[in-house]
Design a protein around this ligand. Structure first.
Ligand SMILES: [Zn+2]
Length: 81
């Protein structure tokens, strides 16, 4: 289970190390390297954060983790809503 990855509910990035919130509702406080959302800290609704992130050009928060063949549209398909 150590290598399991989780999808960021904000941007659809599929490489989070922990679930944003565990079964008890405890936040991971992990910062998504893609959109920069910090679970448990950022209070903005996911959709709102996503829109402002997209509107500002969908820049990677940790640029060195950006895959070479990154495809935003493909990543957004990971989102269920
Ligand atoms: Zn994200």
């Amino acid at each position: 289970m150590k290598n399991k990855k989780y999808v960021c509910p904000v941007c659809g990035f599929g490489g989070l190390k922990e679930p944003p919130f565990d079964k008890l509702g405890e936040a991971s406080y992990e910062i998504c390297p893609c959109c920069g959302f910090e679970f448990g800290f950022d209070q903005a609704p996911y959709v709102q954060f996503r829109e402002s992130w997209l509107n500002s050009g969908a820049q990677w928060y940790v640029l060195k983790q950006k895959p070479k063949a990154w495809d935003l549209q493909k990543q957004l398909k990971n989102l269920k809503n």
